[in-house]
Design a protein around this ligand. Structure first.
Ligand SMILES: C/C(=C\COP(=O)(O)OP(=O)(O)O)CCC[C@H](C)CCC[C@H](C)CCCC(C)C
Ligand SMILES: O=C(O)C1=CC(=O)c2ccccc2C1=O
Length: 299
């Protein structure tokens, strides 16, 4: 254990390892997809919603635990004090705990498929899990090639939200597809932000994250563009009458979007300062999606 590690209280390291705010990424696609389904059909199945939400949390727990397991094999997390493998000292234990969460999550989704006597939802979620595995697991490790944001976009956007919409309606929707583009982009922003403070460790481990590829200064500018792009998109879909006008409520999240962009533009080259930017990005995702979904219900 390093001196640095000894200075940080264990409770703080555990909270950093579990990352409670990050679970917003699992909750919001379920919220928005179900809200679009309600707006389209006037129907809402509370049991399916609750089971899907719980299953998504379990699946995200698997993704994060197995990320620490796979990263312990490449050496990229050797300075990450809050890696679950470093904290517990047992890769095996974390591997099996992760798998247990995956099985619990998939059992929930399987229950929905049985309830609907239709395998579509489990098929789509298995695809999401495969995208999540390709991000970090051998032999793919596509996150190490800088492709994580694409996988993230499809898993939390079009594929994941189609599964949510289908679980409520057993049909498809163009409106939901358009909404999933917004959710996919805003979720991928979080992943993009998570690389700024890790450039040195990433280069040492051979990970070519988008920020390693672009450099932090260009990365900060790309972040501003991708944060800014979601608002004109929402406006465009409102004008085209795909989204109800109430979805413009999501513009209140601009407060956090400005905060994120200002913070990253000023601190992109300072790892200690910029390391919290992914949690500002979580606030952008949480508020934009919460208000966006509310807009569908009010509309
Ligand atoms: C584990 C993820 C990011 C961590 O990345 P990194 O290794 O850079 O972080 P650390 O510094 O903390 O080590 C997220 C990866 C997301 C992945 C591309 C997609 C996951 C999909 C989910 C498994 C499925 C979600 C289904 C949905 C409907 C809830
Ligand atoms: O630990 C992280 O950095 C992330 C964990 C995670 O589950 C996730 C999910 C979707 C987008 C980004 C992220 C992370 O950045």
């Amino acid at each position: 254990m390093t001196t640095n590690q000894l200075l940080i209280p264990k409770s703080k390291l555990w909270m950093a390892a579990i990352k409670p705010p990050m679970y917003s990424v699992a909750i919001m696609p379920i919220w928005v997809g179900s809200a679009v389904a309600f707006a389209d059909t006037n129907n809402f199945n509370g049991v399916i919603f609750a089971v899907f939400m719980t299953a998504a949390i379990f699946i995200l727990a698997w993704e994060n635990i197995s990320n620490d397991v796979f990263d312990s094999e490449t050496g990229i997390d050797k300075n990450k004090h809050h890696s679950l493998v470093n904290l517990t000292g047992s890769k095996q234990l974390m591997f099996w705990l992760g798998n247990l969460f995956l099985v619990l999550g998939l059992l929930g989704i399987l229950a929905i498929a049985f309830l609907q006597t239709d395998p579509m939802v489990i098929g789509l979620i298995l695809l999401c899990c495969f995208l999540g595995y390709m991000y970090q697991g051998p032999p793919f490790r596509l996150g190490y090639q800088g492709l994580g944001e694409f996988l993230c976009f499809f898993a939390f956007g079009p594929v994941g939200m189609s599964a949510v919409y289908y679980s409520q309606t057993q049909t498809w929707s163009i409106t939901n597809l358009a909404a999933s583009v917004i959710v996919g982009i805003v979720t991928s922003l979080i992943l993009f932000c998570s690389h700024f403070h890790q450039v040195e460790d990433d280069i040492a481990a051979g990970k070519r994250s988008p920020i390693v590829r672009l450099g932090t200064a260009k990365g900060a500018k790309v972040l501003v563009w991708f944060t800014a792009i979601i608002y004109p998109f929402i406006l465009l879909f409102v004008v085209l009458e795909f989204f109800p006008v109430w979805t413009l409520l999501s513009f209140f999240s601009l407060i956090f979007a400005f905060k994120l962009c200002r913070h990253v533009l000023a601190n992109h080259h300072l790892p200690d300062q910029v390391s919290n930017c992914k949690f500002i990005a979580v606030a952008v995702q949480f508020w934009s999606c919460l208000l966006f979904g509310l807009g569908f219900i009010l509309g």
